[in-house]
Design a binder for this molecule. Structure first.
Ligand SMILES: [Zn+2]
Ligand SMILES: [Zn+2]
Length: 380
């Protein structure tokens, strides 16, 4: 089963985004990944195509609505693959426009009939480490859903499909009309409880429903570069539909756990490294961990201030659907020594005496003290 990223995620908008928000986000991303700006970068080109394709769907109200209901399956023309939506009943050769017209016509015709066009979508959640988000990972997720009943092959009847007929009371509509005072109201058909079906000889395992609750294990391929909060849609892995309609989709919400060493911001990674006061003053070379499991050396020049950062190009996070990587930033903190030995104390006192005599030693302090003097004397 194909793991496809949601069109909304491709365009970095929420599911409830307005047409204007979608357009805005599309423009921004299209500019960023436009082939003219990324010459020779195959990843950017692929991303650009994805963005354009997602926008083609979401900018069109009808297509967007179809996508919301059926997911990617709505656009897999003629596809009757696993979980695919079979368009063969719509006359095949028609263009996408025809297909939509027919599909919507069909939906209108069936509106109010108790039958859904697909099973329910289900949601689940998976937690991954930052390292797994970096490299991508396969995860087994457990979901409890209704699946087609094994005993009756989903028909709901002990005697199979032949035991299922259209409900005679509502003629398959699932609703009946009744006069209530001056009004005519619709209510679920009492004979078939809204299913529109009449099951002879109901299956004992599923009590005629055609579906049973089961725990399933679904393998989810989480792509490298995934962000915390990403939702992966797995078409056709949702709940089985009653009476043979296609299953719904499975949405897997991905949480990326916090890491003890690295903080991530998009494709960049930040790592705080503490230095001793002497190391910062004299300069040194330090070894730092890299998210891919390797090590890197960083030269710290003499006189490095706390808060300085050093960039390690290409040592950052993986970029979704790309071989590119962001950068890593080493953020330096300078630690003031505590619990001094007697000798250390003497050395520092000596250092302080000398530093205090040398006005050029700390130019920033000179500026600071001049400003302090101006502050107190300024009013006079
Ligand atoms: Zn009925
Ligand atoms: Zn059954």
């Amino acid at each position: 089963m194909a793991t496809q990223l949601d069109y909304y995620e491709v365009l970095e908008v929420s599911r409830t985004a307005s047409a204007e928000e979608i357009k805005k986000s599309y423009r921004r991303l299209a500019m960023q990944y436009h082939p003219d700006r990324n010459q020779g970068d195959a990843d950017a080109e692929a991303r650009f195509k994805e963005i354009s394709h997602a926008y083609d769907i979401l900018k069109d109200e009808q297509k967007r609505s179809a996508y919301d209901r059926f997911g990617h399956a709505a656009f897999e023309g003629g596809g009757a693959g696993p979980g695919g939506f079979d368009f063969s009943g719509f006359g095949g050769g028609g263009g996408l426009g025809d297909i939509f017209e027919q599909m919507f016509g069909d939906m209108m015709g069936r509106r109010g009939g108790g039958q859904a066009r697909s099973g329910n979508d289900i949601q689940t959640h998976v937690e991954i480490t930052l390292e797994e988000a970096f490299s991508g990972v396969k995860k087994d997720v457990r979901v409890i859903t209704r699946v087609a009943c094994e005993s009756c092959n989903g028909s709901g009847s002990e005697s199979g499909a032949s035991g299922v007929q259209t409900c005679p009371s509502c003629h398959g509509i699932g609703k009946v009309r009744a006069q209530q005072g001056f009004f005519i109201v619709e209510r679920p058909c009492p004979t078939c409880h809204g299913t529109g079906r009449s099951v002879k000889d109901p299956c004992k395992a599923c009590h005629g429903e055609g579906t049973v609750e089961r725990e399933r294990v679904v393998e989810v391929q989480v792509p490298a570069g995934v962000e915390d909060g990403t939702r992966i849609r797995m078409t056709g892995s949702g709940e089985a539909g009653a009476n043979g309609v296609p299953p719904g989709d499975l949405y897997v919400h991905v949480s990326v756990l916090e890491h003890g060493l690295f903080q991530r911001d998009g494709a960049n990674i930040y790592c705080r490294v503490p230095l001793r006061m002497g190391q910062a003053a004299l300069g040194t070379e330090i070894e730092v961990p890299v998210i891919d499991g390797s090590r890197a050396n960083v030269k710290i020049p003499a006189g490095t201030q706390g808060g300085a950062h050093f960039r390690l190009r290409g040592k950052g996070f993986s970029v979704l659907r790309s071989s590119a990587r962001g950068d890593m930033y080493i953020q330096v903190t300078v630690e003031t020594p505590q619990h001094l030995t007697k000798r250390q104390r003497e050395l520092l006192e000596e250092f302080e005496t000398e530093a205090g005599e040398d006005i050029k030693h700390s130019p920033e302090h000179t500026g600071f003290f001049r400003r302090v003097r101006d502050f107190f004397e300024g009013g006079e």
